[in-house]
Design a protein around this ligand. Structure first.
Ligand code: GAP
Length: 492
């Protein structure tokens, strides 16, 4: 599947727009539209429910983006959160030195009188055999030697722009969990193992952002810092190693539960030489994005690095008192760190299907019902009949007390169904003549409506009075086929 298809659908149907588009756009920043914000909120909501709300060993925080600048000295971000970059001396474009061979390159071939070719990444020219040495973009300029570039955005606190007021937009949400470790431990009287979770914005001045919302300069993370006692053993293994594997399994299962197909998910173990400075072991969950297999989230064993560093730089003790062993320990931490935007991209890519229905193409986003931005669309079969429109609007208002529901009467019914399929709405409710009857002929309506299910396109007739109960069952996990058995099919 092509990324352009998703970019275009996202814009057309209000999922994602380019930021400041009317001014030509800002590099690598994106705005979530009316459906995008619902989808994003749903992802964060189920993540919070599954990993915080329902677990006795988890709590959450919501920390400020601007933190004391020493946080970033202690964490190592000031000294080590860098990427090597190279500049083209001719066109001035900038590349990550370690990514420059991963893009196709422009070549003026001496063996063909200087004809211009675009050659696939990493391959030599088929005519002269040369490999890339110059700028891959313009094909003319030499590249500078690699220089380290810090990815943190600088800003100033207060009205004076001086060094003392310099601080940074956080490049990860994680550090707030470490610096609040003791506040959370004391206020919530927690026992190891326990975790602190946070979902919020992070900022990185990426050298080569791109691929839609995959790599951007402003993004959201959902991170967990799960603290364990390194002196404990669980099932015969050191607690940190046991919990690391448990989190890897739980995260994989979570993505599967909300619809990512197993064949599009895999784990990748970091090699020793690519491990971050704080990590004992890191495993990435990778997804087969439209750009190929890439990191969806990382799950690292950060040891006691962060708590020790913050204790050292702040002069405050960041330990846990182990009642059984009567000793103070510095907990180890396992960190499942996911990107909200990347998760959204994966859920969208996986949900996207093109199907043929009665000789016509149907585009459908098969979102898990919990993630779907719109849960129900209420559609009147005839928009000229005031009684049908009135009944449909009342139904919308009633259902909207519980779920995100829309009303649409701007096209014929077939078209309206296709529109809802394309944005992944799991159910449509149709109000027709049978529902309301015909008062002029003295015919009473049956007060039943049609519910149409997105994936099977099956339709059943359900009394209006039972709609809330039926949808509650469906959104609580009842299968469509179980439910459909209890009601007569609608005439299609
Ligand atoms: N606290 C650890 C940490 O931040 P990371 O691997 O740098 O680890 C975690 O980031 C996740 O955040 C990534 O797996 C990815 O999903 C997301 N992420 C990181 N940089 C991103 C960017 N520039 N744009 C979008 N998402 C990003």
């Amino acid at each position: 599947m092509n990324m352009d298809v998703l970019v275009s659908l996202s814009k057309r149907r209000g999922f994602v727009f380019q930021s400041s588009e009317i001014y030509g756009g800002t590099g690598s920043c994106w705005d979530y539209g009316p459906l995008g914000v619902e989808l994003k909120n749903n992802i964060k909501r189920v993540w919070w429910r599954d990993f915080v709300q329902t677990r006795a060993d988890m709590v959450g925080i919501d920390a400020s983006i601007l933190m004391h600048p020493t946080v970033w000295k202690a964490s190592g971000h000031l000294d080590r959160f860098t990427d090597p970059m190279v500049d083209c001396r001719e066109c001035k474009r900038r590349f990550r030195a370690d990514h420059v061979d991963a893009v196709s390159w422009v070549h003026y071939c001496p063996a063909t009188k200087g004809n211009k070719f675009t050659i696939p990444a990493g391959e030599p020219c088929g005519h002269c055999g040369q490999r890339r040495t110059l700028c891959p973009e313009c094909g003319k300029g030499e590249l500078t030697a690699p220089r380290q570039f810090n990815l943190m955005f600088k800003t100033f606190m207060g009205p004076v722009e001086e060094d003392a007021a310099l601080t940074y937009l956080r490049p990860e949400t994680a550090q707030a969990m470490f610096v609040n470790f003791d506040n959370v431990l004391q206020s919530m009287r927690l026992k190891l193992p326990f975790g602190i979770a946070q979902a919020g914005r992070s900022f990185r001045n990426e050298i080569t952002p791109g691929n839609f919302i995959f790599r951007t300069r402003e993004f959201e993370q959902m991170e967990i810092e799960y603290f364990v006692n390194p002196n404990e053993r669980v099932e015969g293994r050191p607690a940190d190693e046991y919990w690391h594997d448990r989190w890897i399994q739980d995260c994989m299962a979570w993505f599967g539960r909300y619809g990512l197909r197993a064949e599009n998910l895999r784990l990748r173990e970091h090699d020793r030489d690519e491990l971050a400075h704080y990590a004992k072991r890191t495993v990435d969950v990778e997804y087969n994005f439209p750009i190929g297999w890439s990191e969806l989230m990382g799950i690292a064993n950060r040891t006691d690095f962060d708590l020790r560093q913050h204790a050292k730089w702040s002069g405050k003790s960041l330990t846990y008192f182990d009642e059984e062993r009567k000793e103070h320990v510095v907990p180890y931490v396992v960190e499942p760190a996911a990107g909200v935007d990347r998760a959204l991209l994966a859920f969208m890519a996986d949900a996207y299907r093109e199907e043929e229905v009665r000789g016509e193409k149907r585009v459908v986003l098969r979102f898990h019902p919990e993630l779907a931005p719109l849960k129900i669309a209420v559609l009147p079969l005839l928009k000229k009949r005031d009684d049908i429109v009135g009944a449909a609007q009342t139904i919308r208002a009633d259902l909207a007390q519980h779920w995100r529901v829309v009303y649409d009467d701007t096209a014929a019914i077939g078209r309206l169904y296709r529109r809802q399929d394309e944005v992944g709405t799991p159910y449509c409710v149709t109000v027709d003549v049978q529902t309301v009857g015909d008062s002029e002929r003295g015919e009473a309506g049956d007060r039943r409506v049609t519910i149409r299910e997105r994936d099977s396109m099956e339709q059943i007739r359900v009394p209006i009075a039972q709609l809330v109960t039926v949808f509650r069952e469906l959104f609580d996990g009842a299968s469509w086929s179980q439910l459909a058995e209890q009601y007569p099919p609608a005439r299609g």
